[in-house]
Design a binder for this molecule. Sequence first.
Ligand code: PXP
Length: 244
Amino acid sequence: MTALSINVNKFALIRNARGADMPNLVNISKKCIDYGADGITVHPRPDERHVKYTDLHEIKDLTNDFKKIEFNIEGYPSDDFINRVLDVLPDQVTLVPDPPEALTSSFGWDCEKYQEFLTDVINRFKKNNIRVSIFINPSIKTLSNLEIIKPDRVELYTYDYARNYAVNKTKALASYIEVTEYLRKEFSQISFNAGHDLNLDNLEYLLKNIPTIEEVSIGHALVCDSIDLGLKQTVEKYKKITKK
Ligand code: PXP
């Protein structure tokens, strides 16, 4: 089974469009959990165009009400981000190397270039008992120094897989298999998550071929599907795939 963490950023985007509280993000997150989500993910950005920093404690309070539901906060580890995450103490933080103005996360860390920075940041979170995952490209050459950096997990950036899935799904998955095999052999203590552009078409094949993925975080497609199918049916459909 893979945990399904629902990224609620896009619900926040709709809320923010009118400057009021509709939809209420805690209610939506609670519904996601009631319908089967194993966790809630947010990606607050410095301009707060989606999730706002004031949402963080409210969602943490919600997930605290459930024994097995995890809260994951993603983002670039600026000083401000680090302090806010340490104030909220989520179950997991996912470090992403995206610049503040980025539309969405679009590449993983270069572990050689950012070795010192990542090691220091990861230590700060780990000391506070927060599990740390780092966003990575499906490319072994970007993964040097993991024995020094010591993340608990890596999150596989699945944009390339999703983009190439329709053309040739075996080829689309090849670099992901290679990276996960490499991690399993060389760094067996590091487990992996996956996320970005996963949807009802491409999710099953990914999890069938890399069943050791601990968690997927899914936002955009799930929100789009729920316009068509409704939130309950949508979450249930994703959950049916991840719980296999
Ligand atoms: N993982 C990371 C690091 C992300 O930035 C995002 C998007 O915020 C996701 C996963 C989820 O991607 P999607 O919205 O395409 O499902």
